[in-house]
Design a protein around this ligand. Sequence first.
Ligand code: ZN
Length: 161
Amino acid sequence: MTEETVKKQKVVSFTYTILDENQAIQEQSDLPMSYLHGVRNIIPGLEKAMAGKAIGDEFEVTLAPEEAYGERKPNSIQRIPAKRFNNAKRLQPGQAVSIQTRQGQMQGVVVKVGRFNIDVDINHPLAGQTLTFEIEITDIRDASEEETAHGHVHGPGGVEH
Ligand code: ZN
């Protein structure tokens, strides 16, 4: 039996914990997430660190913002009609939200809640931070032809459509 390792055209499943510079947990997976390796489905520094790893490998990697979620961009506050949120009345500044934009689904942070509009900073909540990723690889398999054509993973942990 040949051991599967992470390389191009492999679907990789992993669990993760993301720690900030103060070792505080910023994000943690409950179920493994899956991605298609080699097509930048995940942040560049993490994809680089994944290459060559095997099922069961645990490792950690610390990434500067440019290899993680990028630097914070000024002028990235978007004013969005409150009616586009189904929970607008309960939104609070500082809360993370996901919004639909022309570029697709994006994560943002509420900066101001008005009566008719919500201002959302669409910098990724983890932009501008040096982050440590603790990773455990739970599965590696070949991508299907369809997944390769779409450039993403289908099924559990991936895109459902
Ligand atoms: Zn697809």
